[in-house]
Design a protein around this ligand. Structure first.
Ligand SMILES: [Zn+2]
Length: 82
């Protein structure tokens, strides 16, 4: 296990321990696993959203995208599916 994996492992360990407490101790492993999956899903949804926000800076200030993303006219979406 490398350092990052070790750090994540320990963080998960803590997270699952608190989850177990919150859910009432001796919670079935499957239920804990589902809760962790939901957390991970949320993490990726949030980072997708963060990526969208970063893109806002890539449109020039005069691009209509800032008012309504459908009306982008700077060409940043060219080659992407709308
Ligand atoms: Zn634009």
């Amino acid at each position: 296990m490398n350092d990052q994996e070790h750090a994540l492992f320990n963080a998960l360990d803590q997270y699952v321990m608190v989850l177990d407490e919150e859910m009432g101790y001796d919670v079935e492993q499957e239920k804990l696993k589902t809760a962790v999956h939901e957390f991970v899903d949320q993490y990726f949804r949030d980072s997708e959203y963060a990526a969208e926000l970063v893109r806002a800076d890539e449109h020039p200030p005069d691009c209509k995208w800032h008012k309504d993303w459908h009306t982008c006219d700077c060409g940043i979406f060219d080659g992407e599916q709308k």
